[in-house]
Design a protein around this ligand. Sequence first.
Ligand SMILES: NC(=O)C1=CN([C@@H]2O[C@H](COP(=O)(O)OP(=O)(O)OC[C@H]3O[C@@H](n4cnc5c(N)ncnc54)[C@H](O)[C@@H]3O)[C@@H](O)[C@H]2O)C=CC1
Ligand SMILES: O=C([O-])CC(=O)C(=O)O
Length: 331
Amino acid sequence: MGNKETKRFNVAVLGAAGGIGQPLSLLLATSPYVQRLHVYDVVPVVNGVGVDLSHINTPVQCKGFAGDLKDAEASAKTLREALAGSDVVVIPAGVPRKPGMTRADLFNVNAGIVAGLVEGIADACPKAMVCIISNPVNATVPIAAEVLKKKGCYDPKRLFGVSTLDVVRARKFIAEKAQIDPEDLDITVIGGHSGVTILPLLSQTSPKVELSDEEIEALTSRIQNAGTEVVEAKAGGGSATLSMAYAGYRFATSVMAALSGKSGIVECAYVPSDLTDLSFFASKVELGPEGAKSIVPFKDLSKFETEKLENEVKVELAKNIKQGVEFVANL
Ligand SMILES: NC(=O)C1=CN([C@@H]2O[C@H](COP(=O)(O)OP(=O)(O)OC[C@H]3O[C@@H](n4cnc5c(N)ncnc54)[C@H](O)[C@@H]3O)[C@@H](O)[C@H]2O)C=CC1
Ligand SMILES: O=C([O-])CC(=O)C(=O)O
């Protein structure tokens, strides 16, 4: 499994004892790009998660770090220890949805969690690539940006909202329809990561998949609501964890591959962006040794996609971004 030629990096997962955190950490513990894996959470079992991972026969050095919600100062110190020296930090900390909730309903709890963790990053590893999974991503990424700005270490190239699961799902659902291998399908998903803000560009897949207007509408809606499909199927037991761990691993792997000097690495992500009049937007991003090397413009949208972008994606995203920015301003 190990490749002695591959450059390896120090990675921290925050929220590592959770439904996403554990399988994501498992995958990272087998990664040829990982040197050291620190897993942090606010539940004591995370120490055991670290010990468990440390028995896997790969060169990755794994260790658990447990914060304590009853002792904020001790927690912040443990967080800084977990983060020290990290090149990449992945954040799946926070509460997931239950049936009937939207991702926006998670804001009240998760906004503060993400702000606190990003403060720790600013103190302990301000140059790290920060990959945010915690929902609502459309708002938690602006929150992270504002916290980093306040701390004087904001580098927009190093901040990512992980929207990979939208691409993973789009690939899977379209490939099933086209009866091809999902890995052979390229699809761009733009906008954000919730409901109508998720806009898969079905008109420009590669290879081109011929779809009727009805099929485009149905597939767009399924991709937009796939998170809810899982939330309902889990019936109160949480949201997507395994497919998200896979997607998070895929994104972190691409970030590390680019850090190691590999070129031509492109992933969709929700990032600080000037592609539209919004300050954050998901699109294809070319990754490099310094993080986001370039934001890949989208073009030639169909009439259906243009209408969705203007009337739904941008309207909703603007509200989500504003909410995130105002949250930090009022801290
Ligand atoms: N970006 C995306 O595509 C997706 C995002 N999500 C989001 O990921 C988040 C996590 O989901 P799950 O793992 O299913 O939830 P979970 O409840 O199973 O795990 C969350 C973990 O975060 C920990 N945590 C809470 N506060 C913390 C803090 N201050 N510091 C460190 N850890 C803390 C909890 O102790 C728990 O272990 C949710 O907000 C969910 O909505 C879920 C699926 C896809
Ligand atoms: O739907 C949710 O709450 C979790 C999520 O972001 C997804 O599965 O895409």
